[in-house]
Design a protein around this ligand. Sequence first.
Ligand code: CLF
Ligand code: SF4
Length: 517
Amino acid sequence: MEPTAYVGVQEIKPLQQLLDKVAEHKGCGTSGGSGKSSCGSSAGPADMSPEVWEKVKNHPCYSEEAHHHYARMHVAVAPACNIQCNYCNRKYDCANESRPGVVSEKLTPEQASKKVLAVASAIPQMTVLGIAGPGDPLANPEKTFKTFELISKTAPDIKLCLSTNGLTLPDHVETIKSFNVDHVTITINMVDPEVGQHIYPWIYYRNKRWKGIDAARILSERQLLGLEMLTEAGILCKVNSVMIPGINDQHLVEVNRAVKSRGAFLHNIMPLISAPEHGTVFGLNGQRGPSAQELKALQDACEGEMNMMRHCRQCRADAVGLLGEDRSAEFTTEKIDAMAVEYDATTRQAYQELVEEQRQAKVAAKQAELAGLAGAESDIKLLIAVATKGEGKVNEHFGHASEFQVYELSTAGAKFVGHRRVDLYCQGGYGEEDTLPTVIRAINDCHAVFVAKIGGCPRDELKAAGIEPVDRYAYEFIEQSAIAYFRDYLAQVASGEIVHQPRGDADIRQGAYIAAA
Ligand code: CLF
Ligand code: SF4
């Protein structure tokens, strides 16, 4: 039986230290009510040049807004790695872009190419192919670039994306350019070798194994050089950082500053996922991951400096589908071998045009609702959790949700600030009594949960925990509904009908990441 106590934000000492650091950090704010705080990965065409918007507008990782509508896929063609991270166990996929404990089916470039065509035909909103493991793509350059070569010939409308630890990145920038890879992610967890030595026990570089501070220094220099070279070449760079409380959590503010000054487009701070059963150094020595509010505080801290990604799902090296859904099991090698694959770019384009229409309707609905908040004055901010299966709508039942999307509501509007994985409450048509407390703990910092439908029992328990179940916006757009809810909430506070109370902290459900794998 897990404990049911909720952790108040004020009870977490490291979080307070982090907030102090934030206050010192010039340019950072906790994303005030200016509305400009939306310059996170939810940024739109008004926030960037037309060329950049063209690159990000249907990339589900580079645009939060796009991730409700467009899908990505990974092909696991890169098994080897040239460094060791303390949060990684080589039995599993690279934890720099995947949650630990997940094993992907390895493919040859030829198998990968066929898989991409099969997925692109079945999922016309799949716009991006990424290579993110299971080891480091640039420690396997032949396989990685061969895969890009095959796909750029057969499916030129698909964007190519790459994720690396950065050690050999400077050696490959020219090749990356030559394949028109527009998006590269580098995992940078530190810019100070003193910090780095606690994350990386060794690297293998220029035919030699380096350890400790030397290893961390070389890695950091190579990562930052690679970043500079890529941004100079006009390639959009995202930096991933794993937040490891007590090791690099406060330092990530400096990492943020360093990568921003070198032209990174987006910073994705992800929680450490660490459990003894993963067999990693951190898992075995009891290193904890951050709480939901610790993660959010750090992301807020860095947001004044640059675009922050908050919708990363730490997906598998063979992930397929919208972020947050996992359709990889539909596309195993065995199944693909049995498929007759026909790549039809015209049908894909027609489908994507429909997606764009829906997307524009969503944006228009949000803007119209936002007008109703104009002139409202209040410091109140609150979080809501939303059950959704895509399209930017409240369209999932409470019991069927494997994650909740979290929005922060303020007079600036509704802003996506994260997601929480949960175990399914409804199993085989019945509510799982044991699961409900874990779901509640995952959204414990939220004032309300928006759902398409909810049963009587979870409704009562949520209310008892102080979370309002809201089903009156079923199948409506999320942001429009959230703004309408917030307007009502402010009115109720103003009339004295309710008293605004801050909520506590919430869990990042580590176990659920594994269960969903
Ligand atoms: Fe894949 Fe990464 Fe490209 Fe996206 S994932 S290589 S940038 S296409 Fe996206 Fe997945 Fe997070 Fe990565 S949600 S783990 S950030
Ligand atoms: Fe593991 Fe990825 Fe780190 Fe390599 S770079 S050790 S595969 S987490």
